[in-house]
Design a protein around this ligand. Structure first.
Ligand code: C2O
Ligand code: CU
Length: 477
């Protein structure tokens, strides 16, 4: 089903029927037993919208998979088993978590794919608190698009005081009229353009709409964790008059500040908000994606019951920051990376999978559309030529320059970076992130300390772009 303007207006006019926030299963029992958590990737049938059930792939029988929830300082022990059809290998990447390289879940780079019928034990210390997620890194443009993902929350040792906490896992699916997925994963037309967009946007595995959401009492304080798992859809968030405070980007604390209007939550990104419900009994606030047509994601309604308190909690909402090494900007080595290509531009190619290649061959022969510093690689090719080599402990300033007509949410594994400048203008909060949006013809300057040993992926989180060449590695030695 496609989302028409009429549906949106209809939804907007609908009364406040009871709101249902689809609850997510969660897994946290491991701590009590000491046994590893088990995540099993396999086929799932699930109704994303009323009517036909869709054949999907999920973890532990659901899409999204269970919310993993542990505490900072604990050690995660997770046994991932592969029950996917058609003999297809998989891995799990713990997006945003600063894990030892061998636990990063990247096929060909950090491990061999887990074959069908086999399993792999991941074990890593949880060095950061925050909102993270997990997903396969093998054929991620297909495996993530089919539903293999879930949220991974690491609690602070001293959390902020809230009355309630919710996790909204947003995603999208491209369905045929019969409810089954369109089988065009990684198709050539999506690789070099805006990626593969779904036609059904979901919140916690159910189609979004005015009836999704939650009800707050006046004065109630909510911590809302948002995660965009879509392979390509960029969400432009609007809270319809509520004024959420941003307290973390990609899991890392940021100075609390009002969420800027039209905030872009790109694929892979997370956002932690604190919302103090106004004392406005019966009022409803639409949470929307205003990027394309305008789409209601959910409703936050204020209950008609007596307010929980008559003024907002006085407790501070600033999260305690994690221990991230501060880059020394005076001593930092300076680097740049240029993105080129896409259907509206042309790739500037020197190397394909590490070998010199004529420009004329890149699209036709190699089915690649993008280059990063004149290199393009097939997803996890064995021939990866690192984009950069850093010494362990080196402070690095990296300027990303986007010469294409498309946005690219760029993600670095194993590290967080400070965002210093966007389009050459200093950022007000110099926030830490693991994924940053680089606008068309724009630039972003980041800085970090390369302190995690190993070979790490650096790629666009529009997963079709990653498959189309925007995937490379950075070595810390
Ligand atoms: Cu969310 Cu390299 O991945
Ligand atoms: Cu991209």
């Amino acid at each position: 089903m496609t989302i028409s303007r009429r549906d949106i207006l209809k939804a907007a006019g609908a009364g406040l029927a009871p709101l249902t926030l689809s609850a997510l299963p969660s897994l946290q029992a491991w701590a009590a037993t000491g046994n590893p958590l088990q995540l099993r990737a396999g086929p799932v049938r699930q109704s994303l919208r009323p009517g036909a059930a869709t054949s999907l792939w999920g973890f532990n029988g659901s899409v999204p998979g269970p919310v993993l929830r542990m505490k900072k300082g604990d050690t995660a022990r997770i046994l991932v088993s592969n029950a996917l059809p058609n003999d297809q290998g998989t891995t799990v990447h713990w997006h945003g978590m600063r894990v030892p390289n061998a636990m990063d879940g990247v096929p060909q780079v950090t491990q061999d794919p887990i074959p069908t019928g086999a399993s792999f034990a991941y074990e890593f210390p949880l060095v950061d608190s925050g909102t993270f997620w997990y997903h396969p890194h093998q054929h991620s443009f297909e495996q993530v698009a089919r539903g293999l993902y879930g949220a991974f929350i690491v609690d602070e040792d001293q959390p902020i005081t809230v009355d309630r906490e919710e996790v909204w896992v947003l995603g999208d699916f491209k369905l045929q009229p019969n409810g089954q997925q369109v089988n065009d994963f990684g198709g050539a037309p999506t690789l070099g353009g805006g990626g593969r967009l779904g036609n059904v946007v979901t919140l916690n595995g159910k189609q979004v709409g005015a009836k999704q959401g939650l009800e707050l009492r006046g004065g109630e304080r909510l911590r809302l964790r948002l995660l965009n798992t879509a392979t390509a859809r960029i969400l432009k968030l609007d809270f319809g008059g509520l004024q959420p405070m941003a307290v973390a980007f990609d899991g890392q604390a940021v100075t609390p500040h009002p969420l800027p209007a039209g905030y872009l939550l790109g694929p892979g990104m997370r956002l932690d908000l604190v919302i103090d419900a106004p004392d406005a009994p019966g009022q409803q606030f639409a949470v929307s994606d205003t990027r394309d047509l305008g789409l209601r994601l959910a409703t936050i309604a204020i209950s008609r019951k007596a307010a929980l308190r008559n003024k907002a909690l006085a407790d501070a909402i600033a999260l305690r920051p994690n221990e991230l090494a501060e880059p020394d900007l005076n001593k930092a080595s300076q680097h740049f990376i240029v993105f080129e290509g896409g259907v509206l531009g042309k790739p500037a190619i020197g190397l394909v999978d590490g070998k010199p290649s004529p420009v004329a061959d890149i699209m036709k022969k190699h089915n690649l559309y993008w280059t990063m510093n004149y290199q393009a690689e097939h997803e996890h090719s064995l021939m990866h030529t690192p984009l950069f080599n850093f010494r362990r402990g080196e402070s690095v300033v990296l300027k990303m320059v986007n010469e294409t007509e498309f946005e690219h949410p760029m993600h670095l594994h194993g590290h967080f970076f400070r965002v210093l400048k966007i389009n050459d203008r200093a950022t007000p909060h110099r926030e830490w992130r693991d994924t940053v949006m680089v606008s068309p013809k724009g630039s972003v300057d980041v800085a970090f300390v390369a302190d995690n040993l190993g070979e790490w992926m650096f790629h666009c989180h529009i997963l079709e772009h990653a498959a189309g060449g925007m995937m490379g590695t950075v070595v810390v030695e």
